[in-house]
Design a protein around this ligand. Structure first.
Ligand SMILES: Nc1ncnc2c1ncn2[C@@H]1O[C@H](COP(=O)(O)OP(=O)(O)OP(=O)(O)O)[C@@H](O)[C@H]1O
Length: 660
């Protein structure tokens, strides 16, 4: 297949009829060659189904195989379709309808499967296989050795796909319909991120053309996280998915200031949407003068009453603000047109209407009655002018809340304003009032418990015609506005009817570590069940030490004797000191954004979310808790990053909630 694609690519220019066709074809073929690139560490298949001559149940749309056919025979399942030189399938894509049985068939419901075979593959080498004769009632479930080996393998480098071992409860989410929005609540390591990424790949397979146009977007908490997951979709053959933080997604202006938490909280509050709406629409004023305009030959006049009627009518229709202004302009031009028709008995030409639309007196009427405004301009005016803010926020924000967001020393112009990250949500909200947003086909939102209501609204504006997958864990909420209940978030996201589905089994964190982290749950004030781990291996040590730096170096040295990654996590303000100590000991620790790989990464506690390391060393839990208002939630996140071993080092007493 690769050879064919490469040959086509090489001869593409000569077969295309014209330069434009040649370029389009070239791009398509280059994409095809890239999609087919070989990765010697990823085998072409990981499973096999021997089907009885029985109908396959379940949705039968969009696959390469005929709909509702009685299928029998043997199919290999892999990351992509592979066909032989005659176009006959050798390997079926894991997303094809027939492959569904590989993930969902059970002894109780064999779905036409006689034997399910899993292949164990290490570094591209076939090392084992495992058969389940479902027709004879054999089923391994989570006792599968190949599954156990996969989840217990030492972690190195970025996240990998889980296509070979997707579990039934995960598969149900992965294969939910495109039109279905869903919210997944799951404890750390239950595979939420994995599910979201595989769902994106599944939807792209099933609705390729539609989603290529409308787009699929993955939203994650920060760049370190996005870097960590970046390779998963390309490994599944999906190269065109946009991955972004929410700040980058909505960032129309650079961030050059930081707000105090109090101001951030007000700016992220959904009441700000109403304040902005009022501030915007209060700009409309009723025309006070008639319009007089000349076309060179005649002078035309539109009365004050007629102008007022235009503005009132358009306002009542509730358009976006900028569209409303243009609609009002067009209506005034048609009033002029009608006068011209009455006078000459025929319609003036299109050019006449265009010229009148741009005429200075008409624009002046609009500038008075329906002034043009940019999103930045609207927010700028509101934050620099306490009186304007007071009018727009009357009965919505308290005087104290208003004082928290108004600038003490405003910049002179919107262009020179020093915007904060929280201002971005206000500017985006303003943009949503002024202009319509294009809708994305599907949005996956990871670590969604930290989205503020205003951030949710920003996403809602981008998915008015699309669906979303919301992934999160209420216990890991660390933002001041963190969700405590998913129904609220879903309402702000404009998907109030989306179901909340739990994921219950943990694949990352060993049981002993989960038990320790679970002790924090009662103090986190969230109503969710404790995490349950599938893993019985792993090690946990908690040590009181005299000198944290020396102990950290010693612990990291011990950890380096094992294969797999090491994450040293501490409160943000302690990170520099720890990095320096590890460097001095010759360990060459790397930072999260380092371009070079290293075995030891130093991780500030606030950036640990969503990441995992084979061996995690957590330094001074009390300092992590003390560093921020939701410090206990942060500690819960930090403690649940370990795949094989967790070492906790402390000098101060452990937080009471952890001691239990
Ligand atoms: N079915 C599976 N088979 C093999 N590995 C799995 C499976 N599901 C999840 N994992 C692995 O478990 C680990 C945790 O998965 P993931 O990061 O998706 O969990 P999460 O729920 O998003 O965690 P967190 O809440 O901490 O962000 C990853 O290494 C992932 O590859």
């Amino acid at each position: 297949m690769r050879l064919r694609a490469e040959q086509l690519y090489a001869s593409g220019a000569s077969v295309a009829g014209d330069p434009f066709a040649a370029e389009t074809l070239g791009i398509a073929l280059a994409r095809r060659v890239a999609e087919l690139a070989d990765n010697p560490r990823t085998p072409l298949f990981f499973g096999r189904l021997d089907l009885l001559d029985a109908p396959i149940r379940g949705p039968q749309t969009g696959g390469a195989l005929p709909v509702d056919e009685t299928l029998g025979g043997r199919f290999h399942i892999g990351r992509r379709h592979v066909t032989d030189e005659h176009g006959e399938p050798l390997v079926l894509d894991w997303r094809a309808p027939v492959s569904r049985a590989f993930y969902r068939a059970s002894a109780r419901d064999p779905q036409g499967v006689q034997i399910r075979r899993r292949f164990g593959i290490v570094e591209g080498q076939l090392t084992s296989f495992e058969d389940e004769h479902l027709d004879r009632g054999e089923e391994l479930g989570t006792a599968s050795r190949i599954l156990t080996e996969e989840i217990e393998r030492p972690r190195v480098g970025p996240m990998r796909d889980i296509v070979a071992t997707i579990q039934p409860e995960q598969d149900e989410l992965v294969r939910a319909d495109l039109d279905t929005s869903v919210c997944v609540q799951g404890a750390p390591g239950t595979g939420k991120t994995a599910v979201g990424l595989h769902r994106a790949a599944y939807l792209l397979y099933l609705h390729r053309e539609r989603l290529r146009r409308a787009g699929v977007l993955i939203v994650g908490p920060n760049q370190a996280f996005l870097g960590y997951i970046a390779a998963v979709l390309p490994a599944l053959g999906e190269l065109e998915v946009q991955q972004s933080t929410i700040e980058d997604l909505i960032g129309r202006v650079p961030v050059r200031a930081t707000d105090p938490v109090k101001a951030q909280v007000v700016k992220h509050d959904p009441r700000m949407a109403e304040v902005l709406r009022r501030a915007l629409w209060s700009r409309l004023t009723r025309p006070e003068e008639p319009l007089q305009v000349s076309d060179g030959a005649y002078r035309w006049r539109v009365s004050v009453e007629a102008l007022r009627r235009v503005v009132d009518d358009v306002w009542r229709e509730g358009p976006h603000y900028a569209l409303g202004r243009e609609r009002a302009r067009a209506r005034i031009v048609s009033l002029l047109q009608r006068q011209a028709e009455a006078k000459s008995g025929e319609s003036p030409p299109e050019t006449w209407a265009r010229k009148m639309g741009k005429a200075k007196p008409l624009t002046e009427v609009l500038d008075g009655a329906w002034p043009a405004v940019t999103p930045e301009g609207l927010v700028f005016d509101l934050l620099r002018d306490a009186e304007l803010l007071a009018r727009a926020a009357d009965g919505i924000l308290t005087a104290d809340e208003q004082a928290a967001i108004v600038w003490p020393k405003p910049a002179k112009t919107a262009r020179s304003a020093k915007w904060s990250a929280a201002d971005l949500v206000l500017i985006d909200e303003a943009a949503g009032l002024i202009e319509r947003q294009a809708s994305v086909g599907h949005i996956v939102l990871d670590e969604a418990q930290d989205l503020s209501p205003m951030q949710c609204r920003a996403i809602a504006r981008r998915s008015t015609h699309g669906s979303i997958t919301l992934l999160g864990d209420l216990a890991q909420g660390t933002a001041p506005w963190a969700a405590t209940d998913w129904t609220e978030s879903l309402r702000h996201l404009g998907k109030p009817n989306a179901g909340v589905v739990p994921l219950s089994v943990g694949f990352r964190v060993p049981d002993a570590v989960v038990t320790l982290a679970n002790r924090l749950l009662p103090a986190l004030a969230v109503n969710i069940p404790p995490a349950v781990s599938l893993r019985r291996d792993g090690e946990l040590t908690v040590q009181a030490v005299d000198d944290l730096t020396t102990a950290t170096v010693a612990e990291a040295k011990t950890a380096m004797a094992y294969p797999g990654s090491i994450g040293v996590i501490a409160a943000d303000h302690q990170i520099d000191q720890i990095r320096a100590a590890l460097e001095l000991a010759g360990m060459q620790p790397v930072d999260l954004d380092s371009p070079v790989a290293g075995q030891v990464t130093v991780v500030p506690a606030t950036l640990a979310k969503g990441l995992e390391y084979d061996h995690v060393i957590v330094i001074e839990p009390a300092a992590i808790v003390a560093a921020e208002p939701r410090g206990l939630h942060r500690l819960y996140v930090v403690l649940t990053r370990a795949v094989s071993r967790l070492s906790v080092l402390h000098r101060e007493p452990l937080p009471a909630a952890l001691v239990g």
